[in-house]
Ligand binder design. Structure first.
Ligand code: 475
Length: 838
């Protein structure tokens, strides 16, 4: 039905109170929102009421950017990037929006003139933790860059009611607390129930003959679920563009199933509603670890189907035919989590729009790009045929047909090579049968990329080798990047101000300009200011540490930080072995002149990953002993900062002297925390893994602490046969560290507690901690030596920052636009709705 809005007759008068930026107007707007939106008198309003009033005041000021952006895209029929991701780890919106809109200081002034504490209100925001770690945060940085570069884009994902759990530490153990981020309302989203769609699940398929005598298939599902979109604006930095993050919530089709209700089964009817809503209830907290759960596949298919239906609706709404779909949408798959989109687009085009296979396939291939984020075999997604067939019977048929046609082509190129065929097949038939999602993504996409040079190289030589041989032209590298808006301007205002005072502010949009800082490395006044700022942010972090853990740390000590998900391959326990080794040294030589260090850890373990949880317990147990040992005299402190998330990360990166990037070479696809630390002036101790390789290349080998085996050496050692016990037996320091753990020294005499960890190291050590141990210890000695020369350390810190330009997500997005998406910037003109009156 066409809507009958007499649009020419309605003129929108945008009230000054909703757009004005004078301090007087802002104050009035906050007060108004408190009264009319929160329904509170100022006298009884809570901090959260004030936060919400402030958030609505800011939102009002970006709505016309947002609506103009959407309207421009529709009118100009531009090509749009659709970034499909099961995770978006956005972090708090308020501060970020203020910075990108350029209204931070005015808002701060207005809030303070109202007698409120600005920071206190900012701290009220519950961050949307709709992701686990690197992959979800990368999606968020990319949305920021696309908006800033004026690239038309929509982020499509899932509106989890409960995001990543909140972490508490009790008795040294991780305890998971449900994340209720929506409990006091979310001022940044707008529900769009008018764009709801339906998603089918289960049932069976049947063939029929249509009026023209063609054989067709229809899917008769046994469940139908409603998807409701919730939109959040993504404001670019100092541009008019505000793109959209569209997240889907699952609901039952009707509030009640009336048939069931009418026959008296009230509870059955309500149950169905609960069952449907379960799909978007909770984020799976597993980082790089797969467990073929039905609900997870339902989540993936649900948001993918909603998103593709939404794209088709948008495309047809401008009067276009689906023949031109791939010219108007570039769909990027953030890992294989949304890879079912390839089969779903085929189904929508063939079964629902009656397109022929060849044309549908050509559109599909041209539309999709696939980004791989991990080489870990346990993270490669596969679904059992039984589950797949039960949930998505039509998609399984389509996948079989894609596979049949694909393998026919492979057979022509490699006749009689059945092993190759079996390796490339979309179906794994080596044991129980599975659908291989990475293979589906490779066959259905025109572009495949890794996230750092080493990672892309290893992809081509290992997990995707056969695909690389088959279509080398599809492969490229896109080294990750991070947004300098959140990870510098917002999180490190002091350093931002200093840098701006020297080189202006255009580096915020063009990070390569940080190079201009190099001319100041010998300017002693500048170096002193640099060092002073590091000192101040370390003091700030010391206060937070005391508030959160009760531990008192010395801001003059070397802040040595490892903050990331807890995982064996990331080797937080190698860091712990260094701490224990240093402790042993100090106990043996109490007067040893060492550089005081504060070891800071942050990160969550997947709730079912026992070894990772034991690693957290070990770090806390070591801390308990070291922190209160009078012989140590405050020369070492060990801190586990609880609940590492975007909010808590922001004050952590700027305070680091040393960034720990110590994964086993070949295991970390890229890393992005490594970039955030270095951008904020930390030096890196790291292996030649992921983007560390490129960071070292950029900042210079002399400004980077390198240790450990290379990826090739890791491979060789494993092939040759690796025996961790040999290292244990021949290295007295290593032996002493392991023995001390096993003696129960850190566990109140319990010799069993850490056995699973030490036994795993002694007998398997799959991530080669023992092989890299001595090299790590030696390198840490060099770090301590270097830190004694504070002037030179500061120089190295400045050079690290000056040379980080490559690692802006703006650079990464420009490469995606040029090589994969074929999209260009679309500047947004704002009709002057209401000039800023006083
Ligand atoms: C890499 N998450 C980093 C980052 O490219 C890299 C997997 C399965 C289910 C849920 N989450 C995941 C990841 O695989 C992930 O976060 N990968 C990370 O992607 C961005 O910098 O090296 O480990």
């Amino acid at each position: 039905m066409a809507s009958l809005i007499p649009s020419e007759k309605i003129s929108i008068v945008v009230e000054d109170d909703r757009t004005g930026l004078s301090i007087t107007t802002l104050k009035r707007a906050i007060a108004d929102n408190l009264f009319y939106n929160q329904g509170k008198f100022p006298t009884i309003a809570s901090k959260n009421d004030y936060y919400l009033a402030l958030a609505y005041t800011v939102r009002d000021r970006l709505v016309h950017h947002w609506l103009n952006t959407v309207q421009t895209y529709l009118k100009q029929e531009v090509k749009v990037v659709c970034y499909l991701s099961a995770e978006f780890l956005m972090g708090p919106h308020l501060n970020n929006n203020l910075i990108n809109l350029g209204i931070e200081s005015r808002i701060r002034q207005a809030v303070e003139e109202l007698g409120l504490d600005f920071q206190e209100l900012v701290d009220q925001e519950e961050e949307p933790g709709l992701g686990n770690g690197g992959l979800g945060r990368l999606a968020a940085c990319y949305l920021d860059s696309m908006a800033t570069l004026e690239i038309p884009a929509i982020g499509y994902g899932i509106r989890y009611e409960f995001g990543i759990f909140d972490q508490e530490i009790r008795d040294g153990w991780q305890v998971e607390i449900t994340d209720k981020w929506l409990q006091y309302g979310n001022p940044w989203e707008i529900a769009r129930p008018e764009y709801s769609v339906q998603v089918n699940l289960g049932g069976h398929t049947e063939t029929y003959v249509d009026r023209d005598g063609n054989y067709r298939v229809r899917w008769l599902p046994d469940r139908v679920i409603k998807g409701i979109p919730y939109d959040t604006p993504i404001v670019g930095y100092q541009v008019n563009t505000a793109n959209t993050l569209r997240l889907w919530k699952a609901e039952a089709i009707e509030s009640f199933n009336f048939q069931t209700f009418n026959i008296g089964n009230y509870y059955g009817a309500v149950n169905e509603k609960i069952y449907s809503e379960n799909i978007t209830k909770v984020l799976y907290p597993n980082d790089e670890q797969l467990q073929g759960k039905q609900l997870r596949l339902e989540q993936q298919y649900f948001f993918v189907s909603c998103s593709l239906q939404d794209m088709i609706r948008l495309h047809l709404s401008t009067g276009n035919s689906l023949d031109t779909f791939d010219g108007k949408f570039a769909i990027q798959l953030n890992d294989t989590h949304p890879a079912i989109a390839i089969a779903e687009l085929m189904r929508l085009l063939i079964d629902e729009r009656f397109m022929d296979w060849e044309q549908a396939w050509s559109i599909t291939e041209k539309s999709f790009g696939y980004t791989n984020h991990t080489l870990l075999p346990e993270a490669l997604e596969k679904w059992s045929l039984e589950l797949f067939n039960r949930l998505l019977p039509r998609h399984l048929e389509i996948i079989y047909e894609i596979n049949r046609r694909f393998l026919d082509r492979v057979r022509i190129k490699y006749p009689q090579d059945n092993d190759k065929l079996a390796r490339l097949s979309l179906i794994d038939e080596t044991g129980a049968r599975y659908v291989r999602m990475a293979h589906l993504a490779c066959v259905g996409s025109h572009a495949i990329n890794g996230v750092a040079e080493l990672h892309t190289h290893l992809l081509q030589q290992t997990v995707l080798k056969d695909f690389y041989q088959l279509f080398p032209e599809k492969f490229s590298n896109k080294t990750n990047g991070v947004t300098p808006r959140r990870w510098m301007v917002l999180s490190n205002p002091r350093l931002t101000k200093l840098i701006c005072s020297k080189i202006g502010d255009s580096w915020i949009k063009n990070l390569d300009e940080l190079r201009k800082l190099e001319q100041f490395v010998d300017d002693s006044a500048f170096c002193q200011q640099w060092q002073q700022i590091k000192q101040e942010v370390k003091q700030d972090l010391a206060i937070r540490i005391r508030q959160r853990t009760g531990i008192i740390v010395n801001p003059n000590s070397l802040f040595d930080i490892q903050a990331k998900r807890i995982h064996e391959y990331k080797r937080q326990h190698l860091n712990a072995l260094h701490i224990i080794t240093l402790y042993n040294c100090l106990k043996q030589n109490p007067n040893l002149d060492v550089i005081p260090r504060t070891f800071i850890f942050g990160g969550k373990a997947a709730p079912g990953y026992w070894m990772a949880k034991l690693m957290i317990k070990l770090i806390n147990s070591v801390g308990e002993i070291v922190n209160q040992d009078p012989d140590i005299c405050d020369r070492m402190k060990v801190v586990f900062f609880p609940d590492y998330n975007v909010t808590n990360a922001q004050p952590i990166y700027p305070a680091a002297d040393l960034s720990e990037q110590i994964s086993t070479a070949g295991k970390e696809a890229s890393g992005t925390g490594n970039m955030k630390f270095s951008l904020n002036g930390a030096l890196t101790i790291g292996t030649l893994d992921g983007a560390n390789v490129e960071i070292r290349e950029e900042v210079g080998a002399e400004n980077f602490f390198l240790f450990g085996l290379t990826a090739a050496e890791v491979q060789q050692l494993k092939t040759k046969g690796y025996n961790p016990r040999d290292y244990y037996n021949s290295n007295p320091q290593l032996k002493a560290a392991i023995d001390l753990i096993n003696s129960g020294f850190f566990s109140h005499g319990d010799t069993e507690l850490f056995k699973p960890l030490t036994e795993s190291l002694l007998n398997y050590d799959p991530y080669l901690l023992f092989a890299d141990y001595q090299s790590y210890i030696d390198c840490q000695k060099k770090v301590s030596q270097a830190f004694r020369d504070r002037a030179n350390w500061t120089k190295m810190s400045i050079l690290n920052v000056a040379r980080m330009g490559k690692f802006s997500s703006d650079r990464a997005i420009k490469e995606y636009c040029r090589d994969i998406w074929n999209v260009a910037p679309v500047p947004i003109e704002l009709e002057d709705l209401c000039p800023d009156g006083q």
